[in-house]
Design a protein. Structure first.
Length: 317
């Protein structure tokens, strides 16, 4: 029989924290409850809701589909209560800590401006920032070790978002063929014929993920060959320098190229190569939590401003 009492807000908060943090022990540490007390409160919440909210997963527990759905509702409920409380107190600012992971190339152009904007708009939100490649970021989100992630994919190599996570697209960048300056012949764009001429070159890919490999394979396949990955590097400056020295070629998103170099040619790739897309990712039900909502707004604005600035700088004088 379903209990007709409304669920206790404190128990809802424990469920949300379990979704965010991943373990009973982490929830206990965050809330000050003992682990057994957390377990008992969540068992009572299951009785109140009349459905199973948790299932065993080895030595841990996972939320059931019903539990995930309740978290979505609980986040909205708790956010509304916090907003009402703040309004009655004359305070409408979101407050809390957000752990965010981001990949490197978007850090200077989007993340830092977003954090500066957030500090002015929502000074009670504290952000802890970590650098990770997209796959690492998704794993950390699933484990509850971070709250918000910034990831990318290529339109030719779309990234699957794991169950339980939700993605929001915030921007995209064109791709460039990066070759020694002498190889470009003064051209500003590159098509499949230009790529085909690089069949014997050594290509440069990322050392911490497979996306660059797959992008190179798919684009080069369209040009009629299989690329040879000669170097795996993470430093964008090192990639640009290696190409300038004639030791490799690469495909980079716009934010990764070093304009103004005389030893390197940057030719915008034909539309067939697609674009690199950037996304914010969070666990389902977390978007309406005020600190995450505030940071997501700042990231979206910063991404748009960065894109507009880039487009303006590329306009002919």
């Amino acid at each position: 029989m379903i209990d007709d009492r409304l669920p206790d807000l404190g128990r809802l908060r424990l469920l949300v924290e379990l979704s965010r943090l991943g373990t009973m022990a982490a929830v206990a540490e965050r809330t000050g409850y003992g682990t057994s007390a957390v377990s008992k409160h969540l068992a009572v919440l299951e009785e109140e809701m009349g459905v199973k909210l948790l299932r065993p997963a080895g030595r841990r527990v996972r939320l059931t589909p019903a539990g995930e759905r309740l978290v979505e509702h609980a986040v909205a409920i708790l956010a509304s209560v916090e907003e009402a409380r703040a309004e009655l107190r004359g305070q409408s600012e979101p407050e809390g800590r957000v752990r965010m992971a981001s990949y490197f190339t978007v850090a200077g152009t989007v993340v830092l401006p977003a954090l500066t904007r957030l500090r002015a708009d929502a000074p009670r939100v504290e952000v802890r920032l970590y650098e990770h490649e997209p796959q690492e970021t998704l794993e950390l989100l699933l484990a509850g070790e971070i709250d918000l992630g910034v990831v990318y994919d290529y339109s030719l190599v779309p990234r699957e978002v794991p169950e339980g996570l939700s993605a929001r697209r915030i921007g995209e960048e064109p791709l460039y063929l990066v070759t020694p300056a002498a190889d470009a012949g003064g051209a500003s764009t590159a098509g499949l014929a230009d790529i085909a001429r690089l069949a014997g070159a050594g290509w440069i890919a990322n050392s911490r993920g497979t996306d660059d490999d797959e992008l190179a394979r798919r684009v080069c396949a369209l040009a009629g060959f299989t690329p040879r990955i000669a170097h795996r590097l993470d430093s964008l400056h090192f990639i640009n320098t290696l190409v300038g020295a004639g030791l490799g070629v690469a495909m980079l998103a716009e934010s990764g190229i070093e304009r103004g170099r005389e030893d390197v040619s940057f030719r915008r790739l034909d539309a067939v190569a697609g674009v690199r897309r950037s996304f914010l990712v969070a666990r389902r039900g977390q978007w309406s939590w005020p600190p995450i909502a505030a940071l997501a707004r700042s990231m979206t604005v910063a991404s748009r401003v960065a894109r507009e600035a880039t487009e303006k700088s590329c306009e002919p004088a």
